[in-house]
Write a protein that binds this ligand. Sequence first.
Ligand code: F6R
Length: 608
Amino acid sequence: MCGIIAYVGTRPCAQLLIDGLRKLEYRGYDSAGVAVHNGKEITVRRAAGKLSTLQDLVDREPVAGTVGIGHTRWATHGPPSERNAHPHVSGRVAVVHNGIIENHVELKHKLTSLGRVFTSDTDTEIVAHLVDMAMGRGLSLVEAVRDSLRELRGAYAIAVLAKDDPTTIVVAKHASPLVLALADGAVLAASDVPAILAHTREVVFLEDGEIATLTQSGAKLETVSGEAVVREPTTIRWSLVQAERGGYKHFMLKEIHEQPRAIEDTLRGRVQLETGSCIADEIGIAEPEARAIQRVVLLACGTSFHAAMYGRYLIEQLARVPAVVDLASEFRYREPVVAPGDLVIAVSQSGETADTLAALKEAKRQGARVLAVVNVQGSAIARAADGVLYTHAGPEIGVASTKCFTAQLAAMALVSVHIGRARGALSESRAKELLEELVRVPEKMRAALEQDAAVQLISRELVSAQNALFLGRGVSCPVALEGALKLKEISYVHAEGYAGGEMKHGPLALVDRSMPVVCLLPDDPSLEKMLSNVQEVRARDGRVLAIVNDPACATALAQWSITVPKTAPEFSPLVTTIPLQLLSYHVADQRGTDVDQPRNLAKTVTVE
Ligand code: F6R
């Protein structure tokens, strides 16, 4: 996830672009840049690190011009560095891009064979080359962008500036957000509303497959195939602070709602439905390496530990390799035994968690191969590992992890299918079936998010609870643990998650009418057993909130139920997690806690 901005007008725009980028920093902040046209040529300023570094650079080396583009980056292809910072330039063209070009490897290969020289590791640079080549064939800027878009697969919001056309910027969008702003004597485009609110409240949201030509006299909106589009502007009524959170009251709520997009981005370009295969090259585990794996050891902390637990279930089930999961903080201090045949998977949102990093290093020291599943490009864990599978959830601001958790679950699903296929444990047809279902999961998550109002109503009944239990079996067990962690960390209500089978071995003693028990009842082979757990809770007067696929299965027993769409049992955690996140959010909000920054916690735990 990155932020882009474009300006065509009468005011000197370098500072104006940086001010706009500051409002988009929540979308990424590992490097930034601007390109400004002064009527004769384009000047680019780029810097690795936070936006303040770019600001210092532009203060030292000012840039003149009233037409320009800017970018704040969240690295997806290539580490955060000056050479990978946008704008990317090829010949006469400068481009900023938010999204992922899926077919970048193939296009880069083609362009290299045509003699184009790449100066970055990014997928974006391809767009600059394509547009430059098309303009070289005599096409206008807009025609050249249109022509280039036909070659691209994936997600993009782009803004393109050309030396030969000093008064125009062309923007286009597919599957990444882009909004146009029509101000007095100027037109802007940006990834999100906060970047343009200082200029106007009149905006036009671009739809997928649309392209706009921005000049001082306005914006010409068309489809990529050239049909004119007429769209009335929308008036933004949010305050600036609200707008930064996309209109949501808290970043956590916004991030909960971003999950379908985060999963789509994490799966993008990594799933081949035709062959039932996924993520081959990226993680460096080809067929011989996969066959040589004796055991998988998953290491993580907190929420990421719950994703690792899910990974263990799935790896054993789909890849038929023994798998164990361990808290990184325990692993590193208990003289663990690791063998060269072990594949160690370190799971971390931040990629900086001290215990996970130390555990990874210990595993490497003992000769294991280490794969990192992390969200932050170039982070310490990503650098220390032998291979990396990045989750593309974008920056997570709320301290309580939500979208990074479900993106980790999606990554675990990819790893399991990949190893299962490579070892021959999973047939091609079964892998295809699973992957087809996996790519449908974001739609089901969207439907689950529609239960927000219903969850909020239920949360009113739970707001005064002192304790809560969460129960699940199989792949739903880590979901129960995560539901309990989420509730306790942001609402400060004491909550415990248990495997359903453990109830009789102790926790049942806690159940009485004051105890809400959240039961995960997706339609899977453990459903009957879970329904017995529900009976046991009801027999002790406990109050049950059932998360179900089929409302009929809980009506007689549960006080409350939330229905979410059914998916393959292997992937149900990606959907059933959503009502639990919403529940903890609404309970915390009603209790008046600091949802985005709960007491005593920090987003990145770099101390042991
Ligand atoms: C809880 C949460 C934490 C983190 C844990 C590990 O919502 O976010 O439990 O999961 O601190 O952090 P990472 O994933 O960055 O290694």
